[in-house]
Design a binder for this molecule. Structure first.
Ligand SMILES: Cc1ncc(COP(=O)(O)O)c(C=O)c1O
Length: 405
C-alpha cells in the first residue's frame, strides 16, 4: 500500500480560505441548525471552498444542461484509479460496483441483500449514530461490540457479538466503520483479515462503510476491506463525499468482493436511479483530478489536530483526546470535567459552541463530545476558549441569599 504523497506547496490550505462571515451565509445543516451566536463544530461538513476540479465539473454540467439521469461507470473507474494510486489496491473490479444515492442508503441496500427483518447487525460503539437509526428503521436489531479502551477493534468482543448475532438461527451482518467515526481509528490490514476470518467462521456478512477512506493522515496506511485475504464475500461502500465535502451532491458506490457478486446483482436496478447525475460527475472529478486539493486539506487537518492537542492541554487539561489517524473528527472524553453525561449540551448552553453529543454514538458515548476539525485554526481556537468559558461559568460561585456571597 502506498503512502500519501506530501502536500505540494502551491495549493493553498483550503481550511484557511473562508471567513466566518462567508461561512455564515451557507444554508446547510451545520450553519442553520443553531442561532448565529453559536460557533458550529458538529455535523461532518467542512469549512472549505470546493476543489477546483469539482467546480469545473459542476459548472460544466450546468452550462451544458447536463442534468439528466446518471449513466456509465465513470465514478467506479475514477475510484479504481484512485485506489490503485492511493492505497496500492489494484483489484477494484468495476464490474462489481453499483452507484447508490449515498453511503447510508447504500448501507441499507447492502443490509437488505444479506439479512432479513429481525436479523442482527453488529456495530462497534461508539459509532456514527445513523448506524443505529438506519438499522432499526430497517427492522434489523443492533448488537453492540464496543471498541476496546485503546479505541481499536476488540476482536474478542466482536466474536462474542457474532455468536449472539447468529444464536437465534437468523442471518447476521457486521456494519464495519473503516476508518472509524468518531475515533478516527484506521484498522490495520491484520485487524481486517482477522475480522474477515471471524465473520466467515460465524457466517456473518461484512458491510464496510469506507466513506472516510480518503481522509487518512500522513504515513498511515488505509487498507480497503475488500483487499484483505478472506474478505471475498464482503460488501463495501465508498464515496468522495467526506474527502471533498460533497454531501449536498448525492452519490456513492457499492462494491462487492468476488463472493458477493451475486448478492450485489440482486440489488434492484432502480436504486441506481437515486444518485444525482451532477453528484456522480462531481465525485468522479474529485477522485480523478482533486488529489492535490485533498492533500492540502489533509495537511491542514494535521495542523489542526496538533493545534487542538495544544489548546486542550493549555485550557482543558481534564479532557482526554487520543488523536486518530483519519477523519476530521476529534473524540473528546470529557468525563473528568464533571459536566454529566451530555457535556455537549453544557458547552452549547453556557459556551455557545455546538459539538456533537456522544450519547447517540451508543455504549461508551456518554460524557464524550465529537468536535469537527475541518475548519480554520481561528475557529478551533475560539471553540476551545468557549468550552473553557462554559466550564468556568459552571464553576463560578453562586450567590447565596442572605450571606452576601
Ligand atoms: C461513517 C459515515 N457513514 C456515512 C456518512 C453519511 O454519508 P452519506 O451522506 O453519503 O450517506 C457519514 C457522514 O458523516 C459517516 O461519517
Amino acid at each position: 500500500m502506498t503512502r500519501i504523497p506530501p502536500h505540494r506547496p502551491g495549493v493553498p490550505n483550503p481550511l484557511h480560505t473562508l471567513t466566518l462571515d462567508q461561512l455564515r451565509r451557507r444554508t446547510s445543516m451545520k450553519w442553520r441548525t443553531h442561532p448565529a451566536d453559536v460557533l458550529p463544530l458538529w455535523v461532518a461538513e467542512m469549512d472549505v471552498p470546493l476543489a477546483p476540479a469539482v467546480v469545473r465539473a459542476v459548472t460544466g454540467a450546468m452550462e451544458l444542461g447536463d442534468t439528466g439521469y446518471p449513466a456509465g461507470t465513470g465514478y467506479a473507474e475514477a475510484l479504481a484509479d484512485f485506489a490503485g494510486k492511493r492505497w496500492g489496491w489494484n483489484d477494484l473490479a468495476v464490474e462489481r460496483t453499483a452507484i447508490v444515492p449515498d453511503v447510508m442508503l447504500g448501507v441499507v441496500e447492502m443490509l437488505k441483500l444479506v439479512t432479513e427483518p429481525g436479523d442482527a447487525v453488529v456495530v462497534n460503539p461508539p459509532v456514527y449514530p445513523p448506524f443505529y437509526q438506519f438499522v432499526t428503521h430497517l427492522d434489523r436489531r443492533v448488537v453492540e461490540a464496543p471498541l476496546g479502551p485503546d479505541l481499536r477493534l476488540d476482536l474478542a468482543a466482536l466474536e462474542e457479538a457474532f455468536r449472539r448475532a447468529v444464536s437465534g438461527g437468523g442471518r447476521a451482518a457486521y456494519l464495519l466503520c473503516s476508518p472509524h467515526n468518531p475515533t478516527g481509528t484506521v484498522h490495520t490490514a491484520g485487524e481486517l483479515a482477522a475480522v474477515a476470518a471471524l465473520a466467515e467462521r460465524h457466517g456473518v456478512r461484512v458491510v464496510a462503510d469506507e466513506i472516510h477512506a480518503p481522509v487518512v493522515t500522513g504515513d498511515t496506511r488505509f487498507t480497503p476491506y475488500l483487499a484483505v485475504p478472506g474478505a471475498e464475500r464482503g460488501l463495501a461502500l465508498m464515496s468522495a463525499s467526506k474527502g471533498w465535502n460533497l454531501a449536498g451532491l448525492k452519490a456513492a458506490l457499492a462494491l462487492a468482493g468476488p463472493g458477493a457478486a451475486d448478492d450485489l446483482a440482486r440489488m434492484p436496478e432502480e436504486v441506481s436511479h437515486g444518485p444525482s447525475h451532477v453528484g456522480v460527475l462531481a465525485h468522479t472529478a474529485a477522485l480523478r483530478d482533486g488529489t492535490d486539493w485533498l492533500d492540502a486539506v489533509l495537511a491542514g487537518l494535521d495542523e489542526n489536530r496538533r493545534l487542538l492537542t495544544g489548546l486542550l492541554a493549555e485550557h482543558l487539561p481534564g479532557v482526554v483526546h487520543r488523536a486518530g489517524e483519519a477523519t476530521y473528527l476529534a473524540w473528546l472524553d470529557c468525563r473528568a470535567l464533571g459536566l454529566g453525561d451530555d457535556p455537549a449540551q453544557v458547552f452549547l448552553d453556557r459556551g455557545r459552541v455546538a459539538l456533537s453529543s456522544g450519547i447517540p454514538f451508543g455504549s461508551g458515548g456518554a460524557g464524550h463530545v465529537r468536535l469537527n476539525l475541518a475548519t480554520s485554526p481561528e475557529v478551533i481556537t475560539e471553540a476551545v476558549h468557549r468550552m473553557r468559558a462554559a466550564l468556568d461559568r459552571g464553576r463560578a460561585p453562586r450567590h447565596t441569599p442572605g450571606t452576601g456571597a
